[in-house]
Design a binder for this molecule. Structure first.
Ligand code: PFF
Length: 484
């Protein structure tokens, strides 16, 4: 019996009849749905602005290419071979290659990371939901930057409003999760993703018209390395994981529904390409608007909510385009949030023998409660901040500076948990899994296989470790020792 049949039999023994994607194209759509979300349109512009632009973007792009894509291939591959929830998959694959079942812990970390990310993701998606009626009523027509700022400030100052929108988004997410409909998801991505692209293109034309397009492009693509800090490098890498939905088992679960004959490499590259394109397009829209209106690129998490309404408020048919834009942003967030909670769902169903509906309700309640922490970070608990700096004689290493609970959760998940999960995946796929297995799954020619293998075995893990050590000040310390 070949190895792959034995994996399938194993899956069948556990009683899990796995649904399969109807084609490779659907996998690409679903994975793109997971990857493209708030990370691209909301987070990428604001962290780029906080980290000074071009140099940050360049590091981010490098991380996508040499860490993100190889790890994505590895994660999809592990998912397809295991055909279970991430925890069971990791235990099973570790045993298959003669290693300890404690690799299941990796799946665990993913389940927790997904849960924590969703808790704040749904609050921000709630902002986007709130902006649908605000835009639709024409609130921003002819408004100046100050007015637009005030609208945003008013929204986030109210825990009640945020709770309403957060609740609505959780209900939307859990509704899809409860029904387990992959069909709806596929349709949503098929039609809405291209529409989002079109709208971004329309917005790029608007940005060209501001007279500050060149300046915006220069900000995004002219690297000025004096602006980059050690935390900036860590956050560029963390964002590469976040935006591609890597390091926590989401893509592993999607890989587990992938038919055997699909090319994992092509699918991963396609997903990463589209994801990056959307982020760069969002940046090309936001920064010209920022400069044209004398706004601050480092305005933080509210950046797109303070800039895009200015564009919509001052363009023809702005109300229509603006409303449509926020509707699409909500959809993009929706298809991502479902994948954030999917590892936890598959695991809970199996462990507690719960139905999908019960699991969805239970997890929904927990995520909702956890989300309150983020809601309060923007209003009643905004003064509650955490700072953590390592000062050494070789320099000062800011781990967190005046971080609210939201900042902390974001830092913990994107900058630590996802890269750590990715590192473990790379170590597993590059060092522990039998080579014959990965070769059998990836089915690429030997040149590409060797390239992937080199990246996953050496480049990706070493880079992640260096970035971690750098952020902790260890590299500066070593440099000092060697100079001495
Ligand atoms: N990739 C999503 C985004 O960019 O918005 C966020 C995300 C989804 C992260 C799923 C992680 C994940 F597993």
């Amino acid at each position: 019996m070949s190895e792959s049949t034995s994996v399938n039999t194993h899956a069948a023994k556990n009683g899990s009849k796995r649904e399969m994607w109807s084609s490779r194209f659907t996998f690409i759509l679903a994975a793109t749905g997971s990857a493209v979300g708030l990370g691209n349109i909301w987070k990428f512009p604001y962290i780029t602005g906080e980290n000074g632009g071009g140099a940050f973007v360049l590091i981010y792009l490098m991380c996508i290419a040499v860490i993100g894509i190889p790890i994505m291939m590895a994660e999809v591959m592990l998912g397809r071979r295991g055909r279970q929830d991430p925890i069971t998959t990791m235990k099973h694959l570790a045993r298959e290659s003669g290693h300890s079942r404690s690799w299941g812990l990796l799946g665990w970390m993913g389940v927790i990371a997904g849960f924590l990310i969703l808790s704040y993701y749904s609050v921000i998606a709630g902002w986007a939901l709130a902006y649908v009626p605000i835009m639709g009523l024409g609130t921003f027509n002819g408004m100046d930057a100050e007015g637009v700022n005030a609208v945003f400030a008013e929204l986030v100052a109210s825990p009640e409003s945020l709770m309403i929108w957060h609740s609505l988004f959780i209900v939307m997410t859990m509704y899809v999760v409860a029904r387990g409909v992959r069909g709806g998801l596929e349709k949503a991505v098929t039609y809405l993703m291209p529409l989002l692209f079109v709208l971004l293109i329309i917005l790029i034309f608007y940005a060209m018209d501001t007279g500050y397009f060149q300046q915006g492009l220069a900000y995004l693509f002219n690297p000025d390395f004096s602006k980059i800090t050690t935390e900036g490098i860590l956050s560029a890498m963390g964002h590469a994981f976040f935006t591609l939905s890597l390091g926590m088992g989401a893509i592993m679960v999607y890989g587990s529904y992938l038919p055997k004959d699909t090319s994992i490499a092509q699918a991963s590259i396609a997903v990463a390409f589209m994801d990056t394109l959307v982020a760069l397009m969002a940046g090309m829209v936001i920064f010209p608007i920022v400069f044209a209106n004398g706004l601050e690129p480092g305005a933080g998490p509210g950046l797109i909510f303070k800039t895009l309404p200015l564009a919509f408020g001052n363009m023809n048919y702005g109300t229509v385009f603006g409303t449509l834009f926020f509707v699409l942003l909500v959809f993009a967030a929706w298809t991502s949030s479902i994948s954030l909670i999917e590892p936890a769902v598959t695991w809970c169903m199996k462990t507690f023998q719960l139905s999908r509906v019960k699991t969805a309700v239970l997890l929904g309640v927990f995520v909702w409660l956890m989300g309150l922490l983020t809601i309060f970070s923007f209003n009643i608990a905004s003064d509650f901040t955490i700072s953590s700096t390592i000062s050494t004689q070789y320099g000062e290493f800011v781990i967190l500076k005046d971080a609210t609970i939201f900042d902390f959760l974001d830092y913990l998940t994107s900058n630590i948990m996802l890269p750590l999960g990715g590192l473990m995946i790379a170590i597993f796929a590059g060092w522990l899994m039998k080579k014959e297995f990965s070769r059998e799954e990836l089915k690429i020619n030997s040149f590409w296989y060797s390239t992937w293998f080199f990246l996953i075995r050496f480049v990706a893990p070493v880079m992640v470790i260096i970035v971690f050590l750098n952020a902790m000040g260890v590299i500066a310390f070593m440099r000092h020792i060697f100079n001495a």
